[in-house]
Design a protein around this ligand. Structure first.
Ligand SMILES: [Zn+2]
Length: 400
């Protein structure tokens, strides 16, 4: 029977129109409202701005070049160049917080029901829904690689629209940033990172695709076990697979900085055994002050230090088992006492669906907490940025 042959009664026809109208409204609501609601609901602060650091902390903070090893801003629908009152960061708020170098990570898969006790790789991935709700290109709905490529594109577009914003690709770029920053504190560098190399979709060659897009730091795993190895919050806690080993070799060949955040203990051991030179743990806590499978053991704090790397201590509640910047400062104190202050760095996890003490404008409060913890101004300067610059000077490719 042809459709046109169906005869709808007037009441039925009206009901169908109402139903279609409702469907359009629901879809419109989803595309306009769902992502901002999720953004505001999952990226929360423990205290709203404005913040009031002590005069001493503010004076010191105003001289610092802050470097942060981890931020998930690119996942969200906020225009990076505009100031928002939701989430933790955007370029205006980062600048106000003294940020000089921000690592921005691409997230490409988030299994539903994730937890520190065990996250299944097979659970429904939530990113396609976020991508659709934020009207990301259709190619990103089904491809993790395309999600990473799109997030790099977003940053490149932002950097093209803001004269003071740089995307660092090399040591030479880092030197340019430092020189510009000496003249103008609004100069801000960014560095692209990938959180979990399931983004490669099984192809070692995609290391080159992502490196060519500007990615310079990569962690092998994220919340779940993948084809490269085990996650600290996965189910099996395994080490490096053959594919993972091939990828690690390719990362080394491309001068990509290896990030051990989210790696299982066995994976950390295997990656350290296969590589030389400094590594980073971009955002973590330490088990000594906050016992969790997601956090770093003393043995691995020492192993990262021996390699000349840095440990980016996070601001979020479940990394440091506390609210307020003092909990972060205490974890930093532990690492400094154990292996030396030159291995301590900041890895906020801003905009990583976490609760943090303040948005980016509150970073002077961390400087204050470090001074209160007994760090000298020079040590505070190292922790807040200089240590990261030192490591990137060794790991970035010399020039393009
Ligand atoms: Zn993370």
């Amino acid at each position: 029977m042809r459709l046109s042959a169906i005869r709808f009664g007037p009441v039925l026809r009206l009901s169908l129109y109402i139903l279609a109208g409702l469907l359009v409204l629901v879809l419109l609501g989803y595309f306009v409202g769902a992502a901002p609601i999720a953004d505001a609901r999952y990226n929360t602060v423990q205290a709203e701005p404005p913040y009031a650091p002590s005069g001493r902390a503010k004076a010191l903070h105003d001289t610092l070049m802050v470097a942060d090893l981890h931020n998930d801003l690119l996942l969200w629908g906020r225009d990076p160049l505009e100031r928002h009152d939701r989430g933790h960061t955007d370029v205006p708020r980062l600048r106000e917080g003294g940020m000089g170098l921000q690592v921005l990570a691409a997230v490409t898969q988030v299994p539903r029901g994730r937890s520190y006790e065990g996250t299944s790789a097979d659970a429904l991935d939530q990113i396609p829904f976020l991508a659709a709700a934020q009207r990301w290109p259709v190619r990103t709905w089904t491809s993790r690689l395309e999600r990473a490529r799109y997030q790099a594109e977003k940053l490149r577009r932002a950097a093209a629209r803001d004269e003071g914003l740089m995307l660092l690709r090399s040591r030479a770029d880092l030197d340019t940033l430092l020189a510009r920053r000496d003249e103008n504190r609004a100069a801000m560098g960014t560095l692209l990172a990938v959180e979990g190399l399931h983004a490669l979709e099984g192809e070692t060659a995609h290391v080159d695709t992502l490196a060519d897009d500007g990615y310079r730091m990569m962690s092998l795993t994220h919340l779940h076990d993948n084809a490269l190895g085990g996650s600290s919050t996965g189910l099996r806690h395994g080490g490096l697979t053959d594919f993972g080993a091939a990828v690690v070799d390719r990362l080394a060949a491309r001068d990509v900085t290896i990030d051990l955040a989210h790696a299982s203990e066995a994976l950390i051991d295997d990656v350290l055994a296969r590589t030389s030179g400094p590594v980073v743990v971009s955002h973590t806590g330490v088990r000594a002050t906050c016992d969790s499978p997601r956090n770093l053991s003393d043995r691995h704090i020492e192993a990262v230090a021996v390699r000349g790397g840095v440990i980016g201590v996070g601001l979020w509640e479940t990394a440091v088992c506390g609210t307020g910047p003092a909990a972060t400062a205490a974890a930093m104190r532990y690492v400094a006492d154990r292996v030396g202050v030159e291995h301590v760095a900041l890895g906020t996890d801003f905009d990583g669906t976490v609760s943090v003490p303040f948005d980016a404008t509150g970073l002077p409060l961390l400087t204050e907490a470090l001074l209160d913890e007994g760090f000298t101004p020079q040590e505070t300067e190292q922790i807040m940025g200089k240590n990261v610059v030192r490591v990137l000077r060794r790991t970035l490719p010399p020039a393009e």
